[in-house]
Write a protein that binds this ligand. Structure first.
Ligand code: PAF
Length: 302
């Protein structure tokens, strides 16, 4: 795997792949790679002839300076892991390369998708920072396919909107959230948790499971499902920043669980802000004979 730091080098490296008409896959990352990133790189390796991993901690998407300062950085380790997972090129530009003097353009997805949930907590600049840098990375590498994780569900939808609206010639592939053995969604920020905080962070997957379990038992009211998630988090000493049950494509809140919905949540554990989400299905409506036998049991018990 080659490490390149400038757009000129990146394009020179990719010229050959492009001339041979091989497909190029891009996995954009901010480094501190974990199994979630590696699963994206492996997917790219399976589907594309050339795999580029970008590593750039993008200052413009951080709303808190302290979060940017302490974001874990480990380029040598990342390079080893990316190579092992199948990357051909690691594109690790400087901030100067991405935002040279005089840089004055931003790309913004407007409307509902970028105004709710994460945007409420992190400000609208967050998604503007993401969409600007992702547009730049796509223009720099001109990949056929770009890979993103479902863990950042709102980011994924915003990027799909961006690509559709600007007719960018790239296919966006989403991959499921990768979890640790105990259910905690992998995130570069997990490295910043103390052992105690990591144990408390399990409140997030537990809350998702509590809501799913309630849905499996037949609960469909959003209010009740959200309460199940919220009380689970609070019971484990974690104050939710938001818990929302939404339609998976629009992120509009749903009052009842009629079809597959997305349950999203965010919370701070110590100084670390974590997010997680899960699809949630309504339990199938009971059929006539199930209703009849329930009625028979009820009559028997009466
Ligand atoms: O998901 C991330 O790591 C970042 O938001 C991304 C897509 C690499 C843009 O900086």
């Amino acid at each position: 795997m080659r490490v390149v730091r400038t757009v000129t080098e990146l394009r020179a490296e990719l010229a050959c792949a492009r001339a041979q008409r091989g497909t190029i896959g891009l996995v954009p990352t901010m480094g501190a790679l974990h199994e979630g990133h590696l699963s994206l790189i492996r997917s790219a390796f399976e589907q594309c002839e050339t795999v580029v991993v970008s590593l750039f901690v993008n200052p413009s998407q951080f709303n808190e300076h302290s979060d940017l300062e302490r974001y874990p950085r480990s380029e040598a380790r990342d390079a080893r892991l990316a190579a092992r997972a199948g990357a051909d090129l690691l594109f690790a530009p400087s901030a100067q390369e991405v935002y040279p003097g005089g840089f004055a353009t931003s790309v913004e997805v407007l409307g509902g998708l970028t105004e709710k949930l994460e945007a409420r907590s992190r400000g609208s600049e967050h998604f503007r920072g993401v969409t600007t840098v992702v547009t730049k990375l796509l223009c720099m590498a001109l990949p056929d396919v770009a890979y993103f994780g479902q863990k950042d569900a709102q980011q994924l939808l915003v990027i799909k909107r961006l690509v559709a609206d600007l007719n960018l010639p790239v296919r966006i592939e989403a991959r499921p959230t990768v979890r640790d053995h105990d259910g905690l969604a992998l995130s570069s920020r997990n490295a910043l948790l103390s052992a105690r905080e990591r144990a408390r962070a399990l409140a997030l997957p537990a809350a998702l499971e509590a809501a799913r379990e309630s849905a499996r038992r037949g609960e469909r009211r959003a209010e009740a499902l959200l309460a199940a998630a919220r009380t689970t988090m609070e019971g484990r000493g974690v104050e939710p920043e938001y818990v929302a049950l939404v339609e998976p494509e629009t992120l509009n809140e749903v009052p009842t669980l009629e079809q597959t919905a997305l349950l999203l949540l965010a919370a701070r554990v110590g100084e670390v802000r974590l997010i997680d989400n899960s699809f949630i299905e309504p339990a199938p409506a009971p059929n006539i004979s199930q209703l009849q036998s329930r009625e028979a049991v009820a009559q028997c018990n009466a």
